[in-house]
Each structure stands twice: as C-alpha cells, then as structure tokens.
Ligand binder design. Structure first.
Ligand code: CTP
Length: 392
C-alpha cells in the first residue's frame, strides 16, 4: 500500500519515527511529509532513512511534477502523527498552506490522525469542535492517550503509542476477516513471588502477544487481552486484564475462555512457583552462603483449556525453544502440540539475543498433528498477521 505519513510540529514528532518504521516493517511503501515545524524536532535524514523514500516538505519544490496534488492522489492511506492542534484546525477548515495540507485536500484516501498536545489545547472548545467536524467527515482519530506530557504535567493529550497508531491506521483499510470473533490473547510473562520484594520470572516482554491482540482487533475481532507484567504499554484500545502470577493468569484465562471463539496463549508461563512465599523480606543473615528454594509445579493452563474447551473453540499455543537444529526443533514442537492438545502451535527460537524482547520474530506454525502449516518472519506485527491469516 502507498501510505503518506504526515508529521507535524510537536515534541511527539520523534515518536513518529516508530510509526513510520512500523508501517515499513508491515511491508508498505511509506512517503513522509513533515511540516517545517516538524523538521525542527526530527531531521529529514532520519525520516528518509526510516521510510526508505525521499522526503519532501516544500510546496514550491517539484512544481513541474505537480507534487502538491500528485502525492495525495497516489496515496491509499494518509496517517498524520503527531497531529498538532494547528494542523487539525487547518484540516477541519480545508486550509492548504503547506505540502501536507495540500496533499490531504487533494486525496480521496482515508485519513487517520493521532493528536498530540497539552491537555488545555486538547480540551479547548476550538479543538473540540474541530475534532467533532473531522470525525463527522469520516476521519479516524487515534487517541490521544492520557499520560506524561512534555513538561512535568500529565493528562489527556499524549500521542498514542506508535504500535497502536499503526494498528488503528491499518485497521481502517485492512481486512475485517475476524469480525465478530471473540478472541482471548494472553501476553507477557508470569512472576512467582518469593517474598514481598522478589520474584521468579522470565524475559518475555509481551510484545508478540500484544501485536497479536492489536492485529486481531484491527481485523474486527472482539479481543480480551490478559496481560502478565508487560514490558510494553498495554493498548488503551483493548479490554485488558492485568495479572501477575500463573495462578492469577489461570483464573482469568479460564473465565475469559468460557465464551471465546479462539484462545491464543502467547504468555510465557512460570512452570514452577515457590512452595511458600515469605511474609517478610528474606534476609542474608538468616540464610548463610546458600539459599534453598523448593518449587512446586504450576498447572498447565494451555493443556487445561485445550482439554475442556467449548465445542468449536480454536486453541493456539506457543513454544519458545532454545534448540538450534531445525529438525530437532520441529520434533520438539510436534511432541508439544500433541501433548497440549492444541489446534496450532507457534514455535520460535529464543536465546540470549533472540525472541524475548526483540523487535522482530521468526516462527513456524505447526498443526495439532505436528505439520508445518505456515512460516513467517519480520516484525512482531507481521508475524501476528501471518498467524491470524491462518485463523481467518
Ligand atoms: N503454558 C501453560 N501453562 C504452563 C506452561 C506453559 O499454559 N504451566 C503454555 C504457554 O503459554 C505456551 C505453551 O504452553 O502457549 C508452551 O509453553 P512452554 O513453556 O514452551 O511449554 P511447557 O509445557 O512449559 O514445556 P517446557 O518443558 O518445554 O517448558
């Protein structure tokens, strides 16, 4: 898809780089149009390097190519992130005094804007009226989120997270092939408390699970995300339940799975938990040079869900393995798929520098019988869509 990304002059312009990156990684041809003010916050070489295309901002350059209308006419989608109060006002009133606003005016493509400004500006009656007008005309408004602003203040006005903007933007033009499906996704890694300040955990960031939840929502699904200690922000656009331990995740997942069409267990679950949790901080003086911990087995949530599922429910598990040999990895995956009783098992390699926390991923999806049904690699958003393609 040919996507125009407009970047306007707010401090959140530096985060626009990740919006551009997300769209490029999702396989799109991205053309960035910064305003002059945006270029004070982020440099043209950065925008060119990330978008992999030349970046134009001047209305009076390339006049022979009639650039001020050509870019907008060629666009399949326009995303403006961040969108300042000033640019929103211009869009609402059809003003066109720079390359970006000309391009929007000359385009029939869907427009998605991610406002970013201080709370007072966002709540100003002028902005409120402009936003209402834009919404009425079918422009999609993403956010803003509530949170820390540029200064010491916080409130509504912070630009939505780049991944949320990418997902919302692609949802506007993407397939709605999961419309009406209720999908439960678990993400993150469970933690088992040792004492009030310590836990046993794992390095799962939750990125892949969140990417799946966002992609499923973008494709029309009604998503519940059970989030265990995410390293990334939980998307504000989704119904999120926060849990920490395996037993908490089990209780939440059982309840949510009862009326789900699909269960996707992307969370990394602690297989064992301490037999006892100390009420007070464990002290070195009392322990000496070694500390013995007794761990007891946690329930296998996926196995339990797969074996007690309502008729017609699809259950997908994950297997993060350190096995370097592909055939051996496949054999482990096939055995795990059968043992767990899942319809699909998403197998990926993890290691000190692979998988957990990484931006990209590479997976093989096995059927319940252990056959490879799909392979994909790329950003976690690309991998998420590949898994959902299978489901759809
Ligand atoms: N899983 C689960 N409950 C557990 C352990 C794992 O629901 N107690 C789920 C994970 O969410 C994942 C799948 O099972 O979808 C595979 O997890 P993994 O840790 O690879 O499998 P284990 O059964 O723990 O096997 P291993 O001995 O290889 O760790």
């Amino acid at each position: 898809m040919n996507i125009v990304v407009g970047v306007t002059g707010g401090i959140a312009a530096y985060k626009a780089v990740n919006v551009i990156r997300g769209l490029v990684l999702a396989g799109h041809d991205v053309h960035v149009i910064p305003t002059e003010a945006a270029l004070r916050f982020v440099g043209r070489p950065t925008l060119e390097a990330i978008s992999r295309n030349p970046v134009h901002s001047d209305l009076y350059e390339g006049v022979a190519e009639v650039r001020h209308v050509a870019i907008g006419q060629a666009a399949d989608l326009i995303v403006i992130a961040p969108a300042t109060a000033n640019t929103l006002a211009k869009l609402a009133h059809g003003l066109a005094d720079d390359l970006l606003t000309n391009s929007v005016l000359a385009s029939t493509a869907p427009v998605v804007v991610a406002p970013a400004m201080h709370t007072e500006m966002w709540q100003n009656p002028a902005t409120v009226a402009n936003i209402a007008l834009l919404r009425e005309r079918g422009i999609t408004i993403v956010g803003p989120a509530v949170g820390q602003l540029t200064g010491s203040d916080s409130g509504p006005g912070r630009m939505s997270e780049p991944d949320d903007i990418v997902a919302a933007a692609l949802a506007v033009v993407g397939p709605r092939d999961l419309a009406g499906k209720r999908i439960l996704v678990t993400a993150g890694g469970t933690r088992e408390a040792l004492d009030p300040v310590r836990f046993i955990g794992n390095r799962s960031s939750g990125r892949q699970g969140v990417a799946i939840a966002l992609a499923a929502a973008a494709r029309g699904a009604d998503v519940t995300l059970i989030a265990a200690n995410l390293e990334v922000q939980a998307p504000a656009s989704l119904a999120v339940q926060h849990v920490s331990s395996t037993l908490e995740l089990e209780a939440a997942a059982r309840a949510a799975a009862a009326n789900a069409d699909v269960v996707i267990m992307a969370a990394a679950i602690a297989d064992y938990r301490p037999e006892t949790v100390a009420d007070e901080k464990i002290k070195k003086e009392k322990q000496g040079d070694t500390l013995q911990l007794t761990l007891v087995k946690n329930p296998d949530i996926l196995h339990g869900l797969a074996h007690s599922r309502p008729a017609g429910q699809v259950v997908i598990g994950f297997a993060a393995e350190t096995e370097p040999d592909r055939d051996a990895l496949l054999a482990i995956g096939a055995a795990k798929a059968a043992r767990k009783g899942v319809d699909f098992l998403v197998v990926n390699r993890v290691g000190w520098s692979e998988g957990f926390g990484a931006v990209g991923n590479a997976v093989m999806v096995l059927s319940g019988a252990g056959d490879i049904v799909s392979e994909s690699a790329g950003s976690k958003a690309v991998v998420a869509d590949a898994i959902l393609d299978l489901l759809a």
